[in-house]
Design a protein around this ligand. Sequence first.
Ligand code: SAM
Length: 268
Amino acid sequence: MEAPKPMQFDVVTIFPDFFGSILVHGMLKRAVAGGQLAVRLHDLRDFSEDRHRTVDDRPFGGGPGMVFKPEPIFRAVEAIRAEAADVPVILLSPQGRLLRQPVVEELSQRSRIVLICGRYEGMDERVAESLATDELSIGDYVLSGGEIGAAVVIECVTRLIPGVLGNEESIVQDSFGGEEFSGEPSGRRLLDWPHYTRPAEFRGMRVPEVLLSGDHGEIRRWRRRKALEKTFRKRPELLADLPLDDEDRQVLEELKQASWLPVSPQQG
Ligand code: SAM
């Protein structure tokens, strides 16, 4: 039987060497070695047509900094599209839609994705207007370049490719895991429950007894309760859209009635 094709990321960047280190460690290294992931790096300067390999120019209208010129980026993407016409072309940008787990799940369904990394003041707006199919931001802050964002996309999408994680169950329990990935009929999208390992007692701090009890029904209920509790305390807004069953609703009611108030992440 023919081996399935790897998921491929085509990264367009002026710093292709940046990606060397992330691909030779841990999960990404295993995914590449296992044939589940391929990352092709395209040096944007290879698509410049002048002898200085120029990719940037001053902004029209004046102002500080430099802007990526449109021609090399269009040429780079057109070369990739010659191999895969309908490949999604994603611009890393602080102005893009926020990379959240449902977006990651959506991307994990694709077989090939182009990631374009900006630098300087960003890139000529015509790239966003008529070349990119999507713009993604990894958070509401400004980085100096798109490479770290591209690495984040590659990392979080790759761990959802079937067979990449040794233990698929970790996708089930991870924070933000959705219905399809959690296998739980009510969906999840909760923060993960707390984890403990040996020793059972460390500097006077004891692991919750239920985890040592061997009672799997009780452990399952405790974990669900703790996941709800953590989400309620740290990210209560996640609960708004969550499909809850009767037991969940009861747990949340108890939490609301308890004396403490939800603590926002800013308050610690
Ligand atoms: N002038 C741009 C603006 O304010 O929207 C910011 C340009 S930023 C200094 C340079 C490049 O870093 C961007 O083109 C983008 O590729 C990348 N970048 C910066 N912040 C990012 C973020 N939050 N998410 C994804 N990429 C980001």
